[in-house]
Design a protein. Sequence first.
Length: 154
Amino acid sequence: MYNLGYRVEVLVLGERERIRGDALSNLRIIERMELPLFYPAGQPAAVERELEARAGDGDLLVDALLGTGTAGPAREPIRTAIAVINRLGRPVLALDIPSGLDCDTGQPLGEAVRAGYTVTFAALKKGFENPMAREYTGKVTVASIGIKTELLLA
């Protein structure tokens, strides 16, 4: 989005030194791009203030808080972030699956992001077949990331 000329700000809810794997790789890319990065203290009130200040006038919020490996309701500070995102009433694009939504059942695990759009990767998630999931996913588009369909079915 940044490369298309949009203003992008990134809120990181994890502690920098505890970020690993793909999340760390992506964080390093963002740092090299010198995008504005914000690390609100892990306290829910700080996350709420920062998210409201940063996203309150945004044209689009991108939800990439949790993924398909989520088990159980979101914990703090992510639970607060989900509530604030829903309360702001801004358009939301979820990446892969709205945070807090179970990818197998399509049921919310506690509070879940209510996205207007979801770009899901590789294939539709099983839970998206549940009509109730539409309340959280909005319009769903599948984006190829190079995984062969036969590998997903194995």
